[in-house]
Design a protein around this ligand. Structure first.
Ligand code: UDP
Ligand code: MG
Length: 322
């Protein structure tokens, strides 16, 4: 291992990150040069509306930079996946373009990889976040892990160093519903987490709001667990037993005491409750069916409109990967 000089490929998803990238690419390159490691950077332009592409093309003469330009915005998970699909290296580093993943943690990640860890993931220190967000996140991970056979580490995100073996394992997964945190855990391998404090975004705004985070959370749950479906069954059985017993009780009561007019309130409340439960369960079923539907359609996870590399600058090329 001592004479072996590994080749590192950095995968950077970018959506409207022109301002950040101007500083980020030089800062990342400087850090990696100091580490004396051979490297290249793949930036995935995920349907940016700003000058991300122009900024990157301008930097290609100074830095070992490849740019994959998506035909539209496919989302961060698809961008990461596209990056991994194009990695041709001994190891890959997944890192955000907005400086929130501190580049000074990279040397520690590299030394852990050299020690034999095949996946080194950053664990976000959530000290500065509100207690409510921390509580929700904690409960979510507890449910997710309790309901699947996986152990998805809490607060571990996409800031990670992956050995080529892990990259290939993830690339070989056929599914189109991408929940990267689940996929990293699913493939396994010798992994270790290191704590880091997330910095403030240097420029621009986060693309994730409450709704997109909720959607991602639901994707995670339905892609890696069938607990929601099982809850439907258990609750259905429970309600069935309850309503059957209640029906018996009413029959007996009517037989002994005669029919009473009152009772419509109980009936109305019961019906409304059951209606609500049914709607929720139909929603859960629909969630799984829509996932099956998108897998069956077998559309590509992303479409690359053009690939800009150092040697083949700005040669348009249409490519679709699955
Ligand atoms: N990103 C992307 N596609 C998107 C949204 C985000 O490639 O549709 C990139 C973004 O440019 C950044 C990273 O994913 O490099 C993290 O996004 P962001 O900072 O908006 O999310 P947060 O840090 O708030 O989770
Ligand atoms: Mg960010």
């Amino acid at each position: 291992m001592s004479n072996f000089n590994p080749f590192l490929c950095c995968v950077v998803p970018a959506h409207n990150e022109a301002e950040n990238l101007k500083n980020f690419i030089p800062a990342l390159s400087k850090m990696l040069k100091q580490e004396n490691i051979r490297f290249e950077i793949i930036v995935i332009d995920d349907g940016s509306k700003d000058s991300t592409i122009e900024v990157l093309q301008g930097m290609q003469k100074d830095y070992p930079l490849r740019v994959l330009e998506f035909s539209r915005n496919f989302g961060k998970e698809a961008a990461l996946y596209a990056g991994l699909d194009h990695v041709d290296a001994d190891l890959a580093l997944l890192i955000d373009a907005d400086f929130q993943h501190p580049i000074n943690v990279i040397p520690t990640m590299l030394s852990l990889w050299k020690e034999g860890y095949e996946m080194v993931y950053g664990i976000r220190n959530r000290e500065t976040e509100s207690w409510l967000k921390k509580l929700f996140t904690h409960i979510y991970y507890k449910i997710l892990n309790a309901s699947s056979t996986l152990n998805i580490p809490e607060n571990a995100g996409d800031f990670r160093l992956l050995d080529a073996k892990v990259v290939h394992a993830i690339r070989d997964l056929p599914e189109r519903n991408l929940y990267m945190k689940g996929l990293y855990a699913w493939v396994g391998f010798k992994s270790i987490g290191i704590l880091f404090t997330e910095k403030e975004r240097q420029c621009g705004r986060s693309s994730f709001n409450f709704k997109s985070l909720l959607n991602l959370a639901i994707s995670g749950l339905t892609a890696f667990s069938d607990l929601p479906l099982r809850i439907c069954i258990y609750l259905g059985i429970l309600l069935g037993i309850f309503s059957f017993s209640y029906g018996c009780w009413i029959t007996v009561q009517t037989l002994f005491e005669g029919a009473k007019v009152p009772g419509w309130a109980t009936l109305a409340a019961g019906l409304a409750f059951l209606g609500a439960i049914q709607l929720i369960f139909i929603g859960i079923l629909g969630e799984y069916i829509s996932r099956i539907y998108s897998e069956v359609k077998a559309r590509p996870k992303y479409i690359i409109a053009a690939e800009h590399s150092k040697n083949r600058q700005a040669v348009p090329e249409t490519e679709s990967k699955s």
